[in-house]
Design a protein around this ligand. Structure first.
Ligand code: SIN
Length: 543
């Protein structure tokens, strides 16, 4: 196995990873920063973010940090970490300004003032957007171009993280990576490892997330003994384009409802008035369950979004990507209702971190959807995720300024018995198994959608867990796997199991976690798990 040493390793090339790497180079003056990414630098979940990024800006007189905190806490359904919410909200203007300095642009009006849009459960217009409805892609392009020309940052594409190396003192010393093309392994040592690998959307039959979202960072951190939390809280976006043929569903941004679009049934009748007085702009969990319920009652595969009520020029200016995608699917969103249904969209839980990305393992950091700072609680407020990505990334780099970063030496690290043992597993030949990975992955996605999806109950969750364990047994690989696809499935199985176990453990309905057998709420508690205390679940009551 090849070996190398770096000052810092960033895993993932979404907005979190790119922004962290750039700041480490520009502000922390780190040399030898390695950024690894599973396919190419632009392929990540962030690039599909349409709606935007929360900007609590002074120029927006209607808004304030206090109001944003209030909205975030309300959406979080009693489980948000108040300190995380405060820090992330207070730092919004600072990080937006920093993004502007890096060359990111947000849409502005004729007077050069930001155009703020509206999304569900926000009490004012406060969401900044770029390219109309291509916010993630616009930010991603600017940051990736900067990263690629930064002399201190080396980018390795087609590289999959397969293990986090921790020593006998449970301190992170680096990672083992797998080259998808050459199939070679490399142990890369560093005293700063930052996970920014995104979420777990591919666990579900229907998702708005791209195929790279296989929970790689969460699974690697959990395998290494890091504490994970809130894994039962999966956010299902209410309105994904239901093309019936595509598995990864195209998002119809909540901002379309923010601009006035109405949810309707097949006869063109609205139905949100039955569910919440905020109608189409109720929080996401409520709108998702309302749509799901309407689909169940009517036995239909989707409901519709009437966007033709939006003024034509406004729609075309604000939603060029959505317009184009609808047209590609043979329909005109200004003349016909758009077929929409819910799809897995965002993992609110993940690796437990502070607002500065600090995990329970020394030298290991996590940021973005991989991490769980507690900001989102049981239900994420729209467009808070990109904000969290940049604030946490910013705070990681500030935290690292205070620390003495020592360079590692692989010869020294490899004397450690725990590291030696892990390296041995990846130096051995991989046992062969004739299992069909595609079929197994589909089985997993179906079971997660049906048994651990939008509406849950104990019977389904228990059956789901049993079926998942059968899939795990048929899969057969625990450590070294024969391909990138097998590593992805290994990671999805780990994350799926965590979601089901956490969901079984939470005997109440709260935010994105809805139990039809426990529809009420009990005292708000946060759930944790780690392999270090033998996978035992803990509950900590949230004040
Ligand atoms: C959307 O545009 O509806 C998605 C934004 C988000 O997930 O925060």
């Amino acid at each position: 196995m090849k070996r190398s040493e770096q000052t810092a390793i960033v895993v993932g090339s979404g907005i979190s990873g790119l922004y962290t790497a750039l700041r480490l180079s520009k502000n922390n003056k780190f040399k030898n920063i390695l950024l690894i990414t599973k396919t190419n630098i632009l392929e990540c979940n962030s690039r599909y973010a349409q709606g935007g990024i929360v900007g609590v800006m002074k120029e927006n007189e209607a808004d304030s940090v206090t109001l944003h905190i209030k909205d975030t806490l309300k959406a979080g359904a009693g489980l948000s970490d108040k300190e995380a919410v405060k820090i992330i909200s207070e730092n919004s203007e600072k990080v937006i300004n920093n993004l502007l300095e890096y060359g990111v642009e947000f849409d502005r009006d004729e007077e050069n003032k930001f155009k703020f849009t509206m999304e569900g459960a926000h009490s004012v217009r406060r969401i900044l957007h770029s390219g109309g409805d291509a916010t993630g892609l616009c930010i991603e392009k600017v940051l990736s171009e900067k990263v690629l020309t930064e002399p201190n940052i080396q980018v390795k594409e087609e590289t999959t993280i397969v293990e986090i190396l921790t020593d006998s003192k449970e301190t992170c010393r680096g990672v083992i990576v797998y080259n998808n093309i050459t199939k070679e392994y490399e142990a890369i040592y560093s005293n700063v490892v930052i996970l920014a690998t995104g979420g777990i959307g591919q666990l579900y039959k229907y998702t708005t997330n791209p195929s790279v979202t296989t929970g790689d960072g969460i699974a690697a951190a959990y395998r290494a003994g890091a504490v994970v939390q809130d894994m039962e809280f999966v956010q299902f976006h209410p309105t994904a384009y239901n093309a019936k043929t595509e598995k990864n569903m195209f998002l119809i941004s909540e901002a379309v409802r923010g601009e006035g679009a109405k949810l309707v049934d097949e006869n063109g009748n609205t139905f949100m008035e039955k569910y919440d007085e905020r109608l189409e702009l109720a929080s996401r969990d409520i709108v998702t369950r309302a749509i799901y319920n309407e689909m169940r009652i009517r036995g239909t595969k989707n409901v519709y979004l009437n966007a033709a009520v939006i003024q034509k020029d406004t729609f075309l200016n604000r939603f060029p990507t959505i317009n184009e995608m609808c047209k590609k699917n043979g329909m005109d969103p200004l003349k016909e209702n758009i077929p929409v249904s819910p799809a897995a969209h965002y993992m609110m839980g993940g690796v437990k971190t502070t607002e500065a990305g600090v995990t329970s393992i020394t030298n290991l950091y996590a940021v973005g959807e991989t991490a769980c700072t507690g900001l989102h609680g049981a239900n994420r407020l729209a467009s808070n995720s990109l904000l969290e990505c940049v604030v946490t990334a910013y705070e990681i780099t500030e935290f690292l300024k205070e620390k003495q970063i020592e360079r590692t030496e692989f010869l020294k690290e490899e004397k450690d018995s725990k590291i030696k043992a892990v390296l041995m597993k990846y130096n051995e030949d991989c046992k062969k198994n004739s299992v069909n990975l595609v079929t197994l992955k589909q089985k997993l996605q179906n079971l997660m959608w049906e048994k651990a999806g939008i509406i849950r109950n104990e019977k389904d969750l228990k059956t789901g867990l049993k079926e998942l364990e059968e899939i795990q047994e048929a899969f057969g690989y625990t450590d070294k796997c024969p391909s990138k696809e097998a590593y992805e499935l290994r990671n999805l199985i780990i994350c799926g199991k965590l979601i089901i176990e956490f969901a079984l453990n939470r005997k109440e309905s709260r935010g994105g976690h809805y139990r039809e057998d426990y529809t009420g709420k009990i005292e708000p508690a946060r759930h944790y798990a780690t392999t270090i205390n033998k996978g035992k679940y803990e509950e900590i009551y949230v004040k």
